[in-house]
Design a protein around this ligand. Structure first.
Ligand code: GLU
Length: 308
């Protein structure tokens, strides 16, 4: 279920209306008056300068993008402030801006990116199979995934946390309180793997869906007790329904977000790392962060890159 449907089903139409009224003409980084940390309408996107005369010697992916004329980028569409598609079909969020920044610096118009929505479980296949050129969507760098794909980054560090119904204080201790609780997460994600590996709750209490928004619906319908994934994602959902949901706020992992790339394309990984490096030093990273994830109130700085 899309967040716009979720918002509507919650009967918080006022929030959506406010967002529609002030969303379109907001400058990037502007929160609007009384704007919530996550709105249902995308505002203006960052204005990037498209680089010219770029070449990435030895990159098969770059050659492919060049002959096509535009990159095909894998993203999420239901994660407010990260990778989100609004009711008008416009995409926004920190991940979307990072995807656009990479395109612009590779010499491609960021407004002409062809997006493909790829759920957590299908990312490695989509990258390795050449279905997408690169992936930007809360994608944790892990040793297991590094055997199948390569990563530029990290460009952000999140932590696994819990989203609960606002009145439910029974899991305020964090992951140790999950025993006996019904927990929902996305198939193929690091958080669901951690719940299983660490036996945080009984196998029969775990439900998995393709997307986290499906888990949020389950939580609102009282079919599960908690949704678990990265705090950055959960904060976006909590902000769309602040009267019914909240994030526990006891993160128990380090999720380093990388840009997923084809395994063999070291040339492109090095190039994307240099794009990230420049964005950290020239203030672009901070501008993008403040206009998207930073709206939830927490400050952040670009993490050191893992060059390999
Ligand atoms: N960052 C975690 C992962 O890559 C959870 C978020 C997601 O599924 O995209 O698995």
């Amino acid at each position: 279920m899309r967040m716009r449907n979720l918002v509507a089903s919650l009967g918080v139409a006022a929030l959506a209306l406010t967002a529609v009224a002030c969303g379109k003409d907001e400058p990037a980084g502007g929160g609007g008056t009384g704007d919530s940390a996550a709105s249902d309408t995308c505002g203006d996107l960052h204005k990037f300068t498209t680089a010219s005369g770029v070449d990435v010697a030895g990159s098969a992916t770059f050659t492919k993008i060049k002959s096509r004329g535009t990159p095909v980028v894998g993203v999420k569409a239901d994660q407010p402030n990260l990778g989100y598609k609004d009711a008008d079909g416009k995409r926004c969020g920190f991940d979307i801006e990072v995807a656009r920044m990479v395109a612009a610096n590779l010499g491609f118009d960021p407004d002409k990116i062809e997006y493909k929505e790829i759920p957590s479980a299908n990312r490695e296949t989509a990258i390795a199979g050449g279905e997408i050129d690169y992936y930007v969507g809360t994608y944790s760098i892990t040793d297991k995934r590094k055997k199948l794909v390569s990563f530029a980054g990290p460009y952000f560090i999140a932590g696994q946390d819990l989203l609960v119904r606002k009145s439910d204080t029974s899991m305020d201790a964090g992951k140790t309180a999950l025993k006996g609780k019904k927990v929902c997460s996305a198939t193929g994600s690091t958080p669901i793997q951690r719940v299983k590996d660490e036996n945080l709750t009984e196998a029969s209490n775990i439900s998995e869906f393709k997307t986290y928004s499906e888990c949020v619906s389950q939580l609102l319908d009282k079919k599960v007790d908690a949704v678990t994934t990265d705090d950055a994602i959960l904060k976006g959902y909590a902000a769309t329904a602040p009267d019914e949901l909240r994030v526990v706020g006891k993160p128990f992992s380090e999720e380093k977000y990388g840009i997923g790339l084809p395994l063999a394309d070291k040339a492109l990984r090095d190039k994307v790392n240099s794009i990230l490096e420049t964005s950290a030093s020239d203030g672009t990273w901070k501008e993008l962060y403040d206009a998207t994830l930073g709206k939830s109130g927490s400050d952040s700085t670009p993490p050191p890159l893992e060059k390999y």
